[in-house]
Design a protein around this ligand. Sequence first.
Ligand code: SD4
Length: 332
Amino acid sequence: MATTTRRSFLTKATLGIAGLSLSVKARAKIKSERVNSPVVISTWRHGLQANDAAWEILSAGGYSLDAVEAGVRVVESDPEVITVGYGGIPDASGKVTLDACIMNEKGDAGSVAFLQCIKHPVSVARLVMEQTPHVMLAGKGAQQFALANGFKKEKLLTKEMRRHWKKWKKEEREFSTKINIENQLEENHDTISMLAIDDEGRLCGACTTSGMAFKKHGRVGDSPIIGAGLFVDGEIGGAAATGSGELVMKTLGSFLVVEFMRSGMSPKEACNAAIARIVKTIPDYEEHQIGYIAVNKSGEIGAASLQPGFDYAVKSTITSELREAGAWFKKL
Ligand code: SD4
């Protein structure tokens, strides 16, 4: 089925289910916002496998926080995904350094940045959220916290990525932040960001990455920054980002998307507006890729990107598919 056809089918089906649920739920006095749940949405093709793992929890009536954690963990431990967790591309010094964050429907947040040798940064971020009075731990402190809580030190640099790094060093290629355009050509699939609404209407999100390939040692991107890589307001909606983190940080992109939804925009309009903000405020925007995904409290979803080629995975009771987001530029 063509994307547009699938989309209009989905809209019609969603409306149908929404209408049905409304009448049932009106009688049961359940808020109408929960019409289209559970639903899970995540970035890139690897979002498909992540959504499947999240769905096991969501379809059994579980908590969306457990779902997003379980979903992105699958990608964190997959060495085939060279931009997240184990098997991620190292920084310029040959070290794999990880960024991740998580948020729940109440606005609680946890995050880790510049974390090394721990395979599941998203789970450490959840512990920061649940067991400390803080939001973010970074570097050695984050690692010590993880080790003190039962995580094991593991080697994250695979032989293949070491070879890749050695080659990069030998070629003395200039560092480029334009990773995502390059990655796209290499069929590489970037950060995993995920948003989910469970049966009870609870909206949670998570985001995890090894960041830009060959970044400066110590560089932290948007992914662990609450409001940049991810933002959730359980009463309004959630948004998450992928792409050149510096641009997302400068515009506090995910927070912006949620604020646009608060002002009445649909998730798709809000993602488009956040891309337009980058175009308006960042001079070299043309050389980067940014993708946003968003979901509102009613379970409506949307996405947008700067360059073509950003796809995102959606799973609900009526669909499980990969879609391509509408892009600011029509061609590379
Ligand atoms: C970063 N936003 O570290 C991440 C990288 C990424 O798709 O998302 N790539 O800047």
